[in-house]
Ligand binder design. Structure first.
Ligand code: GLC
Length: 605
């Protein structure tokens, strides 16, 4: 079978006698051969510069198609929020195809691979289904659901051409001060390990399936265990604890055949992970048997020596540690020149260069990129589809954790009721979606189509029920039967979300709740946050509390639980502190929490 790539390579017209053409083509373009033979054949034909190009990943905004061709660059990424204009599925697919055509214009016609952070849906794309962030998915304790979410996400991502997601984050968040706590499925290794099943969803039954995308287990290893919960900080634990707490989710993902692993910015006992040969090569690749490729994090190799920028020493240290592809968003020319010089100086062996290329090319062949290099737009109708949004709504409902329900004030009646809704997070898609949504940090506002929690409440109640709303609670009086305060954290990502100080509600939220409480009406607090918050002091004044986490676009799932359409089944994925000074606080550490890991109420009737 002659693929379009084979014919194009041969420069043949479709009419050319197939057999004659096949005879002239290099083996690596013959899809009938086993992948390892295709890899070896291609490797044997590649120049050093072509091999270095395969190990280079550039940011889309810092590279042109001409650069891709000229420098043989093998991968492009969208950093958080880096999108084509307009930000539409068609524009994504056109952008992808333009970069791909450039890659195929190189002498060996090696297709590029394009990666994005689809960490809770295709979250850079306006109109995509945005699922709950991992902390909420951990609360569901439902791996089958999480696998379905991976599959739905892959459909939406693949429809725009993109081949690879930098997900799942399999971090084990041990200190809730960490700005990436919401990217963790839970504080104990067995939860992220169980939820690594999302890899099967992303990668599909076959990696070359029409909507399969490569998954990434990240950030290897110990990113959630840093002292003080400082993002990109130092995980100061024994090897036994590192293996007991932080390694199991990666072992599980490797067993599932995860195609790539991303190295953590953090350090282990003072040594940067990006230069850690023992953990990357000896443990991940040899002991765990990881056969995919290892990618650095964003400019991650710059951090090895603690100085800005990267040096020849850092480049050789990172590659010799076992990093196969370097995410060097802007300085990719300098990286290419530096690595070439390091190889010629004998600081990086050709064996290491070839191993990195074997790993990368194996995944490109397995993905089917040589046979089907361009965006398959047939699945664009799945983007933001009713089916995917229904799945997300189910995930939102299953992720809600009922922590207090005084006098069984919940579930609320849908009929003949009079309800007041307040709070900055009640009617705001951006806040309920959190970071990594449309932009890197996320933002408040109507940033993408979806259903706010308030809209979900209004859609759930019957005509005989009144629902009034004001953001700050003004206008409430004793005539209402219940008040719902939807409050919590404004969006953030990574280190911008670290909370080294207090961890309570902000003044705006506290004032809103007090205004509601002053009316004498029962107050139900719905907490939209990326982590447990320090609310023990205020809790006695609340009639009910629901941890909603960061639900994403389908806010109606929250109303499903508030009105009993779905009973609450969520269980805490993180121990809930009694006060911020208890951090880190985790299951089994002997500290007395406000609510323990695994806690969650349901409705009696
Ligand atoms: C970021 C994050 C990583 C992400 C990468 C690409 O800094 O640490 O999780 O995949 O850069 O956006």
């Amino acid at each position: 079978m002659l693929t379009s790539a084979m014919l194009a390579f041969a420069g043949a017209g479709a009419a050319a006698p197939a057999a004659a053409q096949a005879a002239k083509l290099p083996a690596y373009l013959d899809a009938r051969l086993p992948v390892h033979k295709r890899v070896e054949d291609l490797l044997s034909r590649m120049t050093l510069d072509e091999k270095i190009g395969q190990m280079t990943q550039a940011e889309r905004a810092a590279v042109t198609p001409e650069d891709i061709t000229r420098y043989r660059i093998g991968s492009v990424l969208s950093g958080g929020g880096s999108t084509p204009t307009p930000n539409t599925p068609q524009a994504w697919a056109d952008m992808y195809d333009q970069f791909q055509r450039a890659a195929l214009a190189t002498p060996k016609r090696i297709p590029m691979i394009y990666g994005v952070d689809a960490v809770h849906g295709h979250n850079n794309l306006v109109g995509a289904t945005i699922f709950p962030h991992n902390i909420g998915l951990g609360a569901t304790r439902d791996p089958e659901l999480v696998k379905k979410i991976g599959r739905a996400t892959a459909e939406e991502v693949a429809a725009t051409g993109v081949d690879w997601t930098f997900a799942p984050c399999l971090c084990v968040a041990r200190n809730d001060r960490w700005g990436r706590t919401y990217e963790s499925f839970g504080e104990v290794p067995e939860l992220p390990a169980a939820m690594s099943v999302i890899v099967d969803g992303f990668q599909g039954r076959k990696l070359n399936g029409p909507t399969s995308i490569l998954a990434t287990a990240k950030h290897y290893v110990g990113d959630g265990g840093t002292t003080g919960g400082v993002d990109q900080g130092d995980t100061q634990v024994s090897e036994a604890e590192l293996r007991r707490i932080h390694l199991p989710p990666f072992r599980a993902a490797v067993k599932r055949g995860v195609g790539s692993v991303m190295v953590s910015f953090s350090s282990w006992n003072g040594v940067k992970m990006h230069g850690h040969r023992y953990l990357i090569t000896d443990v991940l690749k040899k002991e765990l048997g990881f056969k995919g490729f290892v990618v650095s994090d964003w400019n991650g190799i710059d951090q090895i020596d603690g100085q800005p920028g990267f040096t020849p020493q850092e480049v050789s240290t990172a590659i010799n540690a076992g990093i196969d592809m370097v995410m060097v968003p802007y300085d990719w020319r300098k990286f290419i020149d530096t690595l070439r010089a390091e190889v010629r100086a004998g600081h990086v062996s050709m064996a290491r260069i070839n191993d990195a290329n074997r790993r990368i090319l194996t995944k490109k062949f397995e993905l089917g990129l040589f046979e089907r290099p361009f965006a398959d737009r047939r699945h664009q109708r799945t983007i933001g589809s009713a089916e995917h949004r229904a799945l997300a709504r189910r995930a939102v409902a299953e992720s809600q954790v009922l922590l207090k329900n005084k006098g069984n004030v919940l579930p609320l009646s849908r009929h003949h009721n009079k309800i007041f809704v307040a709070g900055k997070a009640a009617d705001d898609i951006g806040i309920q979606s959190g970071g990594w949504t449309i932009t890197w940090q996320g933002s408040p506002g109507a940033i993408t189509p979806g259903t706010t929690i308030l809209e979900g409440i209004r859609q759930t109640v019957g005509k005989s029920t009144t629902v009034d709303y004001s953001k700050d609670g003004s206008g409430i009086d004793g005539s209402y039967k219940a008040a719902i305060a939807v409050v919590g954290e404004l969006p953030y990502a990574e280190f911008e979300g670290d909370r080294p100080g207090e961890m309570g509600l902000d003044a705006e939220d506290l004032q809103t709740i007090e205004r509601l409480r002053a009316s004498g009406v029962p107050v139900i607090v719905v907490l939209v946050s990326g982590r447990p918050l320090d609310i023990a002091k205020e809790l006695p004044g609340w009639d009910a509390l629901v941890a909603s986490w960061l639900p994403g676009t389908e806010g109606r799932g929250v109303a499903d639980v508030l009105f009993g359409v779905t009973k609450p089944t969520g269980k805490l994925p993180m121990t809930w502190m009694a006060s911020a000074d208890q951090q880190p606080i985790n299951r089994g550490d002997g500290k007395k929490p406000l609510f323990p890991f695994g806690y969650g109420l349901t409705y009696r009737r």
